[in-house]
Design a protein around this ligand. Structure first.
Ligand SMILES: C[S@@+](CC[C@H](N)C(=O)[O-])C[C@H]1O[C@@H](n2cnc3c(N)ncnc32)[C@H](O)[C@@H]1O
Length: 534
């Protein structure tokens, strides 16, 4: 796979690992109730790292709309990487070389570590959408291939943002892009969108429907990796279902005399065995109701699902009026009464992405939040489908975060029953000499230790006394009451659950002899020296 090189790349490729962990500080007065929705004011690099111990592998959908790097300084936010905060950050990380980098080098240096952290936060079945335009589209695609893997690229949307076209010299530009990747394409399931123009071809007692094959045409799912989705149906060619002409037939999951066997077909291109979209139990409940046999014009027999809702795959060209920039601006002006932010995305666009990529309890993250469109879209969609999605928004500029992002979410929450907690980035977990910060609580450190040990998140309910949690037959304990005075002594052994698990105990000191530690299957780890850095 070709890869992209730029000045500063080698300094940045693993920079995500060096970003310090900070505590998230909640601010009641800036929040709206108590909530799992978060609005974080701060640089997303540190904010994403701060989220890691709580959200690694948990975020189902990321939408970001990073600066397009147009070089346009006149906007409310700096749309290039010459923003003072980012400039300072690049100077620190890339060193004196940072001064000489071109606009594209800087943008790539800014994006790369952030995309790496975003990838880590995604769940295995998660996806990411990134809006972009011609300025950085090609560069973005190259680094996304590098970070997410070429095979996880799902596609690029072309969004008709400006139907009347904007004069760019030689060309009247009407669009921007949104590129769409999975964390792991073999785990990704997406949803269809409502098709407002659909006409039904058939109808039954319940109403109109069209038909859709029951097999899954994604070659990533085969009889080998999804054996439960590979089984035969049986069809009686002599039993057409009455009232539908000769094309629809009764089916069964039990072999009966005179019935023919129907398996999912193979892919025409590679002869890969497809599987059904449904397992046997679901097929059984819907048999001859929502799934039936169907004879194609070529005398081939198929199992089909009746599609009653008019749905379609999201299209790669999004040209509807509701997706235009003008619409985004109008919605924001309706909320504030004045123009507050340039080029906010239209809510319907983000809602379309959320419909495709989320379930009703998914966590949605936008780390370039701007006017908070993503938070607005989550609340609106939740209201529409009674969902319980949560959002996490990050915005670097204090003024935008307080006066626009959170203010917008606050205002729309009145009708959408929303809430959020407003956070800033607090102290670093560890000081310059590696000491744990005074403000770090037992729960903070427990979460951090569990995360660095397991690369997964701690379920709050697992914590009990000094017991932090269990993972793959490893039990983790933390002694952390009075800092610097926590000693693992023999008397602590009575607190340990007797089982065959390995025990990892963090404390400042240990007075238990090695042979007893071994007998109890205990590994002692000294705070702070043996607290791993992620
Ligand atoms: C293109 S705007 C996003 C607009 C947003 N999609 C909307 O609909 O309003 C990009 C936003 O990202 C913010 N931003 C830029 N760099 C950032 C960083 N490192 N961390 C967090 N936010 C950042 C900018 O201040 C700006 O508000």
């Amino acid at each position: 796979m070709p890869s992209l090189n730029w000045i500063g790349k080698e300094k940045i490729v693993n920079h995500d690992k060096d970003v310090p962990f900070r505590l998230l500080k909640k601010h009641k007065a800036l929040s709206l109730g108590t909530s799992e929705n978060l609005i974080i004011e701060g640089d997303n690099l540190e904010a994403l790292k701060a989220l890691m111990p709580y959200y690694v592998g948990k975020v189902k959908c990321i939408y970001i709309d990073p600066p397009y790097n147009t070089g346009n300084e006149g906007w409310v936010y700096n749309d290039n990487v010459n923003s003072p905060k980012i400039k300072q950050w690049i100077g620190k990380v890339v060193g004196s070389e940072g001064e000489d980098l071109t606009r594209h080098d800087k943008w790539l240096c800014m994006m790369y570590p952030r995309l790496k952290l975003l990838r880590d936060l995604l769940s295995d079945d998660g996806v990411i959408f990134v809006s972009i335009d011609d300025n950085e589209h090609c560069h973005l695609k190259m680094i996304m291939d590098e970070i997410f893997g070429e095979s996880n690229f799902i596609g690029t949307f072309t969004v008709n943002t400006t139907p009347n076209a904007r004069d760019y010299g030689h060309i009247g530009k009407m669009h921007d892009f949104c590129i769409f990747y999975a964390k792991n394409i073999t785990q990704t399931q997406t949803n269809l969108l409502e098709d407002k123009e659909k006409i039904f071809k058939y109808s039954d007692k319940i109403g109109g429907f069209n038909i859709h094959p029951l097999y899954n045409s994604n070659v990533a799912f085969t009889n080998e990796n999804r054996p439960n989705l590979y089984y035969p149906f049986y069809l009686n060619k002599n039993k057409p279902i009455k009232g539908f002409g000769e094309n629809f037939f009764e089916i069964s999951l039990i072999k009966e005399k005179g019935f023919i066997e129907i398996f999912p077909p193979k892919s025409v291109k590679d002869n890969i065995q497809f599987v059904w979209r449904w397992g046997k139990p679901k097929s059984l409940t819907e048999l001859n109701k929502e799934i039936v046999g169907y004879c194609t014009g070529d005398n081939e027999y198929r199992i089909v699902q009746k599609m009653r809702t008019s749905e379609k795959l999201i299209r790669s060209i999004l040209s509807e009026k509701e997706y235009t920039s003008r619409r985004g601006t109008a919605i924001l002006e309706e909320i504030f009464g004045i123009k507050t932010f340039s080029f906010p995305k239209p809510v319907e666009l983000i809602k379309a992405f959320l419909k495709v990529a989320t379930n009703d309890d998914s966590i949605v993250l936008d780390s370039f939040a701007g006017s908070g469109t993503t938070g607005h879209a989550v609340l609106e969609l939740n209201k529409e489908d009674k969902g319980n999605r949560k959002f996490i928004l990050v915005e670097i500029e204090k003024d935008i975060a307080q006066k626009i992002t959170s203010e917008r979410v606050r205002r729309v929450s009145k009708n959408l029953n929303g809430s959020f907690e407003y956070c800033t980035l607090g102290n670093k977990l560890f000081g310059a000499k590696g000491a744990i910060d005074e403000e770090v609580s037992f729960t903070d450190l427990a979460n951090y230790i569990y995360f660095t040990e397991t690369q997964t998140n701690l379920e709050k309910k697992q914590i009990s006394g000094n017991f932090v949690g269990e993972h793959n037959k490893n039990d983790f304990y933390l002694l952390f009451k009075e800092k610097g005075k926590n000693t693992l002594t023999k008397s602590f052994l009575k607190n340990i659950t007797k089982n065959d698990h390995k025990k990892v105990i963090y404390a400042d000191f240990c007075t238990i002899p090695d042979d007893i530690l071994e007998a109890y299957n205990i590994t002692f780890k000294q705070i702070p020296y043996e607290v791993k850095v992620y």
